[in-house]
Design a protein around this ligand. Structure first.
Ligand code: 8YV
Length: 309
């Protein structure tokens, strides 16, 4: 049997149903009772950025062999526990890189050029009454990227096409990298106009965007987050935006999704998206195929397509 931790994708659900006995955990009203009955038959968990396999679930599934995540991010999986128990883990890298990078650039443009606010201006009939305010140029702005992995690199490549000088922060400097490295996030923030979060969420990167970083970015600075909500100390971000201490923000992720701080709803310099970085039909299908391919490989004793553990 396969346990799906949360709803994610109709095509994936349909294909899992065809191949396995599928349990939908989010529909289970009495979870302890369900686990008592079915734990012994569950050999795989399919998770996502919403829910995965924490220590408690892993402990409750004695025959678990593999956790296959419908996400590149692994923050909802207890990797240490999986390693300890010899449970394999897979994710969905590469297939979503371009979409997430595209959306990061989209957020830059949307925030600086006020695309959403301008759309609202037209739809509300205000254009006929005049009073349009000028916006801010994106081309040539300095861009700082936290996390120069697959997604960070794809964002850098796109920003280069806009003639943006690129700098970055990561745990270690990348050898042979043409972008300027800052070992400290505060220094990176002090030296860029747009700061983009593109690193994995780990205990070390939780609240990597704190008050000090926000102040370093300053009233003309813009924060873009396509990583994970908990990368940002959200109450600090909200107060900086409300008080005008930060120039703007483009957010695809939040600390308590789907809860979004309502103080942001009235701000024209903020663009709010509902965690849709990978949300195209093409990419979500490719992610589903990777989840299915990894399970298939595991259960036929072939090498996993995208192993993490
Ligand atoms: C989600 C993501 O997995 O890949 C990731 O890490 O956050 C997304 O692709 C997707 O939205 C399903 O929750």
């Amino acid at each position: 049997g396969v346990l799906m931790a949360c709803p994610m994708n109709a095509y994936l659900e349909q294909e899992l149903e065809k191949r396995f006995r599928l349990f939908r955990f989010w529909q289970v009203p009495q979870k302890p009772q369900f686990l008592k009955e079915h734990a012994a038959s569950i050999r795989a968990v399919v998770g996502s950025s919403v829910a995965g396999a924490d220590a408690e679930l892993i402990e409750a599934l004695p025959r678990l062999e593999i956790v296959s995540s419908f996400s590149v991010g692994l923050d909802k999986i207890d990797l240490g526990k999986c390693r300890e128990k010899g449970i394999r883990v897979t994710n969905t890298p590469d297939v979503l890189t371009e979409d997430v990078a595209d959306l990061a650039i989209g957020l830059c443009l949307a925030v600086l050029r006020r695309i959403c606010a301008s759309d609202k201006y037209v739809r509300s009939g205000k254009w006929k009454k005049g009073d349009f305010r000028l916006t801010t140029k994106f081309t040539g702005k300095t861009v700082g990227i936290i996390g120069l992995g697959r997604i960070g690199t794809a964002i850098a490549k796109r920003a280069e096409a806009f003639n943006c000088p690129i700098s970055y922060n990561s745990r270690t400097e990348k050898p042979d990298c043409k972008y300027k490295y800052y070992p400290s996030v505060v220094e990176l923030a002090s030296n860029c106009h747009i700061l983009i979060v593109a690193c994995p969420l780990t205990p070390e990167t939780r609240h990597i965007i704190n008050r000090e970083v926000i102040d370093a970015l300053g009233p003309k600075g813009v924060l873009i987050n396509i990583g994970r909500g908990p990368h940002v100390d959200e109450p600090e971000l909200v107060s900086a935006l409300v008080e005008g201490r930060l120039g703007g923000a483009g957010l695809d992720v939040y600390e308590h999704e789907p809860e979004v701080p309502e103080e942001l709803f009235g701000l024209e310099n903020v663009v709010l998206l509902p965690h849709v970085g990978s949300g195209t039909v093409e990419t979500r299908n490719a992610m589903a195929d990777l989840v299915l391919g990894n399970l298939e490989a595991h259960f036929t004793n072939k090498p996993l397509l995208t192993p993490v553990v």
